[in-house]
Design a protein around this ligand. Sequence first.
Ligand SMILES: Nc1ncnc2c1ncn2[C@@H]1O[C@H](COP(=O)(O)OP(=O)(O)OP(=O)(O)O)[C@@H](O)[C@H]1O
Length: 380
Amino acid sequence: MRIKIENLQLRYGPFTAIQDMDLEIGDRESVVLLGKSGCGKTSTMRCIAGLEEPTAGRITIGETVVFDAEAGINLPPNKRNVGMVFQSYAVWPHMTVFENVAYSLKLQKLAKAEIRQRVAEALALVGLERFADRGASLLSGGQMQRVALARSLVMRPAVLLLDEPLSNLDARLRDRLRVELREIQLRLGLTTVYVTHDQLEAFALADRIALMQDGVIVQVDEPDAMYNTPASASVAHFLGVANVLDVTHSGGDAWSLTGTGLSITSTAPVTGADLGGLKACVRSEDIHLAAEKPVGLNVYPATVLVSSFQGASTRYAVSVGGKLELDVLSSARGGRRFEAGAQVWLSIDPAAVQVLPETATAQASPGTADIVAPRERVRS
Ligand SMILES: Nc1ncnc2c1ncn2[C@@H]1O[C@H](COP(=O)(O)OP(=O)(O)OP(=O)(O)O)[C@@H](O)[C@H]1O
């Protein structure tokens, strides 16, 4: 079921938490709202669910307008056909797993046989069929999270809203449940909106990511496009690009690195050059260290300040002429390790230097006609 958000605005008193938001989510699509704490992700989710009344705008789920500020429409949460799973699983400890999942169906006064069948189906989906009779207080964190998910799925919602549902779990379990969640979403063909501040989680779960900063969606893209072509230096930085350097254009592919007397060559396409405040963005893994001077562009003598062994890789802090400090990540395979104090040659492939504006204005999300159904995309 499609979700269309138009001109959404939410104010808490004088504070604007969501500003002029437009976003279309396709049928069976998984969109992840990604951004740092306080950027307005949960507020957006609460507006879709009907738990928050926006100050302006319109939200349509399927063919139903669930909120329209001008027309005075505001359907309550239970009339929106959405299921929600939150960070705090809110599983009732005094009930069994079965009773937790059956609770809402009992409220709907469904026949006992139907309740049993639907609960069994939901528990099978989350891999908890053997735990139906166990007291919920005896479950692990991961199992409780699955109960919370089963409780939403049992209602057969058209839309599933997930707000950091894995953040209370340890890293290994999070990785596993992430894959399971994606599998369930694709299998049931659910339209999902997922909130997280963790980009790896977003990459793993999204058909498209909507990146939010200060109440505004600044970029909407498929994960690989977001990763490879961030719209701005601040998006790149949020996605883990550690080296963001002030530059001014000095002609052709050449840029001077502000305040260093050094220059850098970029052959990557420059976007938004007219916006000013340009930054050269370089991923740590795109910087190479060598004992011998390599041939090519962007080669500098440098000193290793910190060398930190990380198993499969080594992370370095490296100084170029005392004027520029760069973060470098070298794969352990095939490369030698340098200790702090080592004099090295540092090189950067000009194609790996992206010159971007510091910030960029929101990009319009494509109309749903452009959205490829997730299953088709996965298969292609
Ligand atoms: N009820 C409220 N009253 C006033 N301000 C609020 C209220 N709820 C949220 N805010 C503010 O609105 C902004 C957006 O909050 P929101 O919870 O949507 O952020 P978030 O991106 O989900 O953050 P997190 O990842 O920490 O949950 C924050 O600055 C927050 O302090």
